[in-house]
Ligand binder design. Structure first.
Ligand code: AMP
Ligand code: GLY
Length: 420
């Protein structure tokens, strides 16, 4: 069969590779893909906002299944649009994608179903928000309601910082803002918990710990993710059951009462406080870099899993995993997450010889005349599977040293809480 993958990051390269290993795949297409997907799929250069062109390409090339990687096309309704033309698509519909697209939508579900989350208030204008800030304790968290590529969240340590955040959001830094969210700061350790859904049933899809800050020791600005390890050191049977019973099942019930069902990956971002889970956010997709950290451990054919989800037969599938741990380090362009140069050649990439249990996924790369160039902030993902995360990290760092790329940087301390 032919499968199309929407997106161009490390997440999509890892999905392409997992599908490529399936005997059922004849051809993969990646929209628009990167230099890594180009080796295993046909990259299709189409504007992801042009749903009609995407649909025409899919129909013309007789693509049997489409997998949507990133949040933006999900939140904009690509799944609903393609399904109207009887195209099989893995991913949630536009309504359910509000779980990621609107933080206030999610908070309202939390309130109705008593889902543990940070206490919050919704403010419709600058004056009311600033008035509230005069009487509150710090730190406090201020969030834009809409999609902001992880940048619309401010952790504020005092009133001045909070006022800047409120003004930036209402001045439209993340698009037109009708309101914003002010919430209690939760002190604990974060965990990413993944599930996969077919609209009727769902299954667990492993856990990970992302490292969102740009500098070692979790300092500096927030990024899309500098590296991850899996499984999270925090997961245990008791915690897993609490997450399912107190957070995920009530959310699905809430969606069902609102008249929709959930199909696709669901990423539950949690703060764990003394073995109790609090919902920080939902994402309606796999995480990046969590996806490229987790998928190499998957034993079960990913094509079968996606098809089962589209046919509401997930209950018939047993999802199996290789019994190893996984670690991923992201190599970024110098300057990220602020400005960085583009079109810089990665000269030594062919020096990297991967052993079994090692993986290299591209993110912001492009290929021109056989040479690989960095065109994005996050550029390459190095993954290693091992019984021992310390060994996995050493393998990765050896590989990155062979890359010896002067225009890039990476965190050497991924997994430090569990390794060091
Ligand atoms: P979000 O985009 O909502 O995931 O927020 C981005 C990051 O901000 C999270 O990964 C957390 O590290 C942090 N964060 C968000 N909300 C809170 C909160 N209520 N308490 C503490 N940290 C938070
Ligand atoms: N790694 C965080 C995210 O995918 O949103």
């Amino acid at each position: 069969m032919k499968v199309g993958i929407i997106g161009s990051g490390g997440r999509e390269h890892s999905i392409c590779l997992s599908l490529k290993n399936s005997s059922k795949i004849d051809k993969l297409f990646c929209f628009p893909g990167n230099a890594g997907t180009k080796n295993i799929a046909e990259n299709v250069n189409i504007d992801l906002e042009n749903f009609e062109n995407i649909r025409n390409f899919i129909i013309k090339n007789k693509i049997d299944l489409v997998v949507v990687g990133p949040e933006k096309p999900l939140v904009e309704g690509l799944v609903d649009y393609l399904e109207r033309f009887k195209i099989k698509v893995f991913g949630p519909n536009k309504f359910a994608s509000q779980l990621e697209g609107s933080k206030i939508f999610t908070k309202q579900i939390c309130k109705k179903f008593n889902i543990p989350t940070a206490k919050f208030g919704i403010f419709e204008n600058e004056d009311k928000a600033i008035k509230f800030l005069k009487s509150t304790n710090f730190p406090i968290v201020i969030k834009a309601d809409n999609l902001a590529s992880g940048k619309g969240v401010y952790i504020c340590n005092n009133e001045q910082e909070a006022i800047v955040a409120v003004k930036e959001i209402f001045n439209g830094k993340f698009g037109k803002a009708k309101n914003l969210l002010i919430e209690e700061f939760l002190e604990g350790e974060e965990m990413s918990f993944f599930t996969i859904h077919d609209g009727r049933t769902f299954k667990n899809f492993d856990t990970a710990q992302d490292h969102k800050r740009v500098l070692e020791g979790d300092r500096g600005k927030n990024t899309g993710g500098m590296g991850a390890y899996s499984p999270s050191r925090l997961i245990n049977e008791d915690l897993k059951n609490k997450i399912l019973d107190k957070i995920i099942k009530p959310t699905l019930k809430g969606l069902s009462e609102l008249g929709t069902e959930y199909k696709g990956f669901l990423y539950t971002g949690l703060m764990i406080v003394k073995n109790e889970p609090y919902l920080i956010e939902y994402n309606v997709r796999m995480g990046d870099p969590e996806c490229q950290t987790i998928l190499p451990k998957l034993k079960t054919d990913l094509t079968d899993i996606f098809l089962a989800c589209c046919e509401q037969k997930l209950s018939e599938i047993n999802i199996e995993w290789i019994n190893k741990k996984s670690l991923c380090v992201v190599v970024c362009s110098t300057g990220y997450p602020d400005t960085f140069e583009k079109n810089i050649e990665i000269e030594n990439i062919n020096n990297i010889q991967l052993n079994k249990d090692e993986f290299l996924f591209h993110a912001g790369t492009t290929e021109k005349s056989g040479k690989i160039f960095a065109v994005g902030g996050r550029v390459l993902n190095f993954i290693s599977l091992s019984e021992d995360l310390k060994l996995a990290r050493e393998n990765i760092i050896n590989n990155i040293k062979k890359l010896n790329w002067s225009k890039g940087f990476y965190r050497k301390d991924i997994g430090y809480k569990v390794i060091d």
